[in-house]
Design a protein. Sequence first.
Length: 343
Amino acid sequence: MRAAGERARRFGVYGCQHGHIGIFIDEMLALGHQFIGIHDKEPGAVADAMREKYGVPLFDTPDPLAAAEVIGCAGVNAEKIDAIEWCAERGIPVMVDKPAVTTREGLNRLERILEEGKTTVGMLLTERYRPSVYALKRSIEQGVFGDIVSIGMRKPHRLSPERRPAWFFDKERCGGIIVDLFIHDFDLLRWLTGREVVGVRSRMIKRILPEHPGFWDVAVAEAELDQGVIAQLYADWHTPASSWTWGDGRIFVVGTEGTAELRLEGEPGVSTEDLLITVAGTHGYRRETNVPPPSGIVADFLTAAFEGTDAGITHRDILIASEWTIVADERAEKSDYICTRNA
């Protein structure tokens, strides 16, 4: 439901290449706003599915979207910055799926847009809004684990290459595994701890798909935060097709007075819901209650866009998370085991 006194707004989608855009659409509709249509210059299965599901037109050009008051974007990763610039020229708030940018040049363009202040940009960094992650943040803020020593984040993913568009395997258009997947993690590191990243080193591995030489399937990074917190980040594209989930993601927190493990996709045989498990203070192994955040990611974005507040994910949050992701990608050492094996 919309807040009291808030009127319904027209919204559209500029770029529809990933199903994540459904998060934006569904929350906008739940808030009572009006979906006017979709534009994608390379429409495929996702755009067709969204057009049919929501009964809206698929426009050949973005021109009809100029009538929108809010835009969502889940286009080709490297081209999202074009959609952001299009919206900024018209003063239309825009929320993009992650990542917002894929290169240093794209990051510089985004920074210029935000400095000009002609529009509000949001990003679907949805991990902040998971009740289990929100509960973990509250526990950290309350000092349950003492001073934080380290954080580990594991994000394995199912690839299903037959369902992926061609651009996904193109490093120039997609950004690659670090840019595409670690953006969530760099955002969460800052949000969970309230501390800034001060350094990072990283590596990418290639073991599969020789027909796509720019596609790397395993990535690791070690980040250092101020006050001596160490973070280990891991992602891959190797979740088996038979898995109960698209990816058995986990977050590990170690503090001077306790530990936490967050099983983001549950545990087969125990629960399919997120499981937050802590050992801290005087209590042993305990399953914590997940805590829904006070508002949704799109609702916070709209508040920031139309009320001028810093609700939810700020421009600074987006820039810093994006920059460290780009830095990790730029610095990554690479090991191509397909080439080694075939040498």
